[in-house]
Design a protein around this ligand. Structure first.
Ligand SMILES: *Cc1c(COP(=O)(O)O)cnc(C)c1O
Length: 372
């Protein structure tokens, strides 16, 4: 396989310069780092939120969000059965019970209609994630949460820079719940190897967060060096999201025309601007998915299975809606292509599509193999 995928984390000159400047100035070894303040300011502007708290990871961000939502032992938190598995774990770690609802095929996020069906007196919060370039139906989800006085935690780890259709103007994803969570993990569209942030406009939640973290040292810090390398990535976030979106559009058409065994999850109407961290396909069966992921790995291609669905988790661990068929299907058949593939230069893109077609054909089931 001669096709070399674009590098991620990005090998940009300006990232090296930012790291060097942080080291030279001594900012790297400072508690009140200018890099941290600069990053917070930029995030608050970009996401149009009053308060930004940097933290060590998206996972830590979700846990902190649950804590300031006052999720306590015995409480329940509603979450999609098909989601980042760490979200389920974080709920459990606080002694609370995850309550699983199905995914909505239109948004790949949680099914709003099942929210009220699963409500109980113990419900404290809801986690809604934006996955694979889609945007969750935040307006109706937020409506149910407000009516019931639940805290809405928005997991925007995969979607920095994405915008939702809300009213007349598009709104930045990450500010659409009570608390938004970002990840700066190694493969994410904004990366510092690790890292994350919490976003909120609610002064009460901000005060709780400060009380939880500042003891008086910050118990959940991001380092100044990490902040420094993120700033130049914010400068190009919009440009890269545009490029990934164009490629994703082209890939959707190519799939419909040429990759006939692969299905595309439908695309959310709530999405004004996408951020594609991963591009999702559905294989016809779980066996076929296994072949695709295996063959891709022998080519060293960044293709992997989607999340493990929690629909089979023991009833001792969670409460479940009776219909989690969407989670089950997507858990068995979904596979994802990393956003590096959406960053191919124009020269390499046709060759990538050719190889993708080969992957599709070589892994097609023998009974329905497409003619060559
Ligand atoms: C990556 C991811 C997280 C966790 O972020 P980390 O920084 O890796 O801890 C949480 N939720 C979603 C949807 C993610 O994709």
């Amino acid at each position: 396989m001669s096709l070399t995928f674009p590098e991620w984390p990005p090998p940009w000159h300006e990232i090296r310069l930012a790291a060097e400047a942080c080291v030279k100035s001594g900012d790297w070894g400072s508690y009140d780092s200018r890099s941290l303040e600069l990053l917070k300011g930029r995030l608050s502007e970009l996401f149009q939120v009053d308060h930004v708290r940097l933290c060590p990871s998206g996972t830590a961000g979700i846990e902190l969000a649950l804590r300031i939502a006052k999720v306590s032992p015995g409480d329940e938190v509603i979450v999609c059965g098909y989601d980042y598995p760490g979200n389920f774990r974080s709920i459990e770690l606080l002694g609370a019970t995850p309550v699983l609802v199905d995914l909505a095929h239109e948004s790949l996020s949680l099914n709003v209609n099942q929210l009220t069906e699963m409500a109980s007196a113990k419900t404290r919060a809801v986690i809604a994630s934006h996955l694979y370039g889609n945007v969750a139906e935040m307006a109706p989800i937020g409506h149910v949460c407000r009516e019931n006085d639940w805290v809405l935690i928005e997991d925007a780890c995969q979607a920095p820079g994405a915008q939702a259709v809300q009213g007349q103007t598009p709104s930045p994803v990450g500010r659409l719940g009570d608390i938004g969570v970002l990840s700066f993990g190694g493969s994410k569209p904004l990366t510092a190897g690790n890292g994350g942030a919490l976003l909120t406009c609610d002064p009460k939640l901000k005060a709780r967060l400060d009380g939880l973290c500042d003891r008086p040292s910050n118990a959940f810090p991001l380092s100044p060096l990490q902040a420094a390398v993120l700033v130049p990535q914010l400068d190009r976030l919009h440009e890269l999201n545009e490029q990934r979106n164009q490629r994703a559009g082209a890939l959707r058409s190519f799939t419909q025309q040429h990759l006939t065994q692969w299905e595309l999850p439908s695309f959310s109407a709530a999405t004004a601007v996408s951020c594609h961290y991963k591009f999702a396909f559905l294989a016809p069966s779980s066996e076929q998915r296994q072949r695709i992921v295996h063959t891709a790995s022998t080519w060293q291609w960044p293709i992997g299975e989607g999340f493990r669905s929690m629909h089979r988790a023991s009833p001792n661990r969670c409460r479940k809606h009776s219909d989690l068929s969407g989670c089950e299907a997507y858990g068995e058949r979904l596979f994802v292509l990393d956003h590096r593939a959406l960053l191919f230069a124009d020269n390499d893109w046709p060759q990538f599509l050719e190889w993708l077609k080969r992957l599709h054909d070589e892994t097609a089931s023998t009974t329905e193999r497409t003619p060559r």
